[in-house]
Design a protein around this ligand. Sequence first.
Ligand SMILES: [Zn+2]
Length: 319
Amino acid sequence: MPELPEVETTASMLNKLVKGKQILDVWTDYNSSYYKGKNNIKNPEFFKKFKKEVLNKKIICVWRRAKNVLIDIEGEKTILIHMKMTGHLLYGTYKPVGKRSDLKNLKRSVLEETDLQWIPIEPETLKDPFSRFIHLVFELSDSKHIAFSDMRKFATVTLISDKEALSKHFEKIGPEPLEKEFDWRALRARLVLRPNGKIKTVLMDHFVLAGIGNIYSDEILWASKIHPERKASSLSDAEIKEILKWIKKLLSKGIDFGGDSMSDYRNPLGEKGDFQNHHNAYKRTGKPCLRKGCKGKIIRKIVNQRSAHFCNTCQKLYS
Ligand SMILES: [Zn+2]
């Protein structure tokens, strides 16, 4: 699942690419009875309202809060996209064609929405097999498209007010770890909220902290030499300072590398990030620990239903 660095990469790139462009049309083939009555475009009734609200609006900016991409449009509304497991937002030129071979050459205007599929024309990198599950398309005034590939169709796409985007909607999400004001004391104050939680689980808890998931929590704890099952309340101030230092360093490094594409994350141009080539712990099960002087190896253990990867020697479980 995309974490803070991947969502940040998507939002900041998209901002540069689409800021100031107008949304001329919007298409989707999401349609799920499970979402009946819900404010999600997977509910066709909601999509009708959504379409009305976004049509002909200019994109003011694209930004990120926690793991949400926020597209602020003219007026009082903001489009919220949570990419969830397999979603990624793409930008380029697409062409609509019929899904079945007997419909291939028909014009879009005579096809049912669900008979359409969107084929990437350029850039070439959009032709990546992980980016071909297009379920939502915004047609823009520059004749290009924002296309949303979502293989497992778990994403959330909705509309919120600008006010909510700035505050209320996010009141249950913890602070942004990369903000300057977020120091070790602020982290300590958040950890207190889950005193009995295991530190890996607590770092991934969005009520405690925004944006950290499985990959970065493993890497942060390896770098801090902290066992993933340490109780949050057992950590000393020195250890909290160390964790905070690596939260900042590794999330920034993730952004510098354009995110992590070990799974199917791609940036808006369909390109891979590079953080997966710099892992010390995540998915290195059975491999030697890369810490200088450590003769341990990386092991995998399930911690609250999530895989934790850590060194069996330099990340000791005290307490
Ligand atoms: Zn080690």
